[in-house]
Ligand binder design. Structure first.
Ligand code: ZN
Length: 78
């Protein structure tokens, strides 16, 4: 597998898990914190969502430019 792709994939997976963690936190905080506090949490969720979206685009762009599709790599035994 392409090293850069592996790196980008790792970043993407971390961004996704951060997004899901902030989402869980905002859900459990709902109703227990002030509206201001909740809005602040919600902004973290939005930032994390945008970051994971960006990481996915970076990964897709790399795969498209470099032609290192992991499925093809797996099929060719590389
Ligand atoms: Zn690559």
């Amino acid at each position: 597998m392409c090293e850069r792709q592996e790196e980008l994939l790792g970043l993407y997976q971390r961004a996704v898990s951060r997004f899901s963690a902030t989402l869980d936190a905002s859900k459990s905080a709902r109703g227990t914190v002030s509206k201001q506090e909740y809005d602040r949490l919600y902004q973290y969720v939005e930032q994390a969502r945008a970051a994971s979206e960006q990481a996915r685009l970076d990964l897709e762009r790399h795969v498209a430019e470099h032609g290192c599709d992991y499925l093809n790599a797996a099929l060719s035994g590389n």
